[in-house]
Design a protein around this ligand. Structure first.
Ligand SMILES: [Zn+2]
Length: 207
């Protein structure tokens, strides 16, 4: 029993010191490559995947900085999350979110990993942008090379959506426990992805 506890303790210490950093290693500032409005590092992406990410991320930047995107965001009052803030919906205005999306260069490290479809995370504990990361299912990255536009555009949607999560941990997705009246129709993370994808498709759809 004693040995059992000791072993558990050793395992716990080992895990606390290495498990988290093993799954996501923080990047160093010099590891990031400028890609349009972003600075991106990548972990173990092959060249084909990296080229896809760079091309799609450049397109996302172009869309974020377009008047079309700005006016579609400005159209509506969005929700940052399904949480209630002092009993009220966690609203965010179009101009507020547009400013956050465009005011400064964001950096993140990209991983090709199947968790769900994708996941964006930021480390707000220490507010260190070198810890921002986005994981994307390799199949979604490969979709960039598809002859079907609506498959290619999914990578635009995913990058734009995950980007919102990097801005602040205030921006959350829908979950099943959300109060009534909250839906992904008005959550800003989904809509940033959907609007960016729609604009991209308008421009790139093969006629
Ligand atoms: Zn999300």
């Amino acid at each position: 029993m004693k040995y059992g506890s000791l072993l558990l303790y050793i395992m716990l210490c080992f895990c606390l010191s290495s498990c988290r950093s093993d799954s996501y290693k923080s990047s160093a500032s010099q590891d990031f490559e400028p890609v349009a409005c972003l600075d991106i590092n990548h972990k173990a992406l092959n060249d084909r995947q990296w080229q896809a990410i760079k091309a799609a991320a450049s397109d996302v930047c172009g869309i974020f900085h377009s008047s079309e995107f700005q006016s579609r965001l400005n159209n509506k009052l969005w929700l940052a999350s399904c949480e209630k803030v002092k009993g009220k919906p966690d609203s965010v205005t179009g101009p507020e979110i547009y400013k956050l999306l465009t005011e400064k260069r964001q950096r993140f490290c990209i991983y090709a990993r199947k968790l769900h479809d994708a996941e964006g995370e930021t480390d707000n504990d220490d507010n260190n942008p070198n810890n921002n990361r986005i994981s994307i299912d390799p199949a979604l990255i490969e979709g960039w090379y598809s002859p079907i536009d609506t498959q290619r555009s999914q990578l635009i949607n995913v990058i734009a959506h995950e980007y919102v999560h990097l801005l602040s941990d205030r921006f959350l997705d829908y979950d099943d426990n959300a109060p009534t009246g909250c839906s992904d129709d008005i959550l800003i993370s989904y809509n940033t992805g959907d609007i960016a994808e729609a604009i991209w498709l308008d421009k790139h759809r093969r006629k």
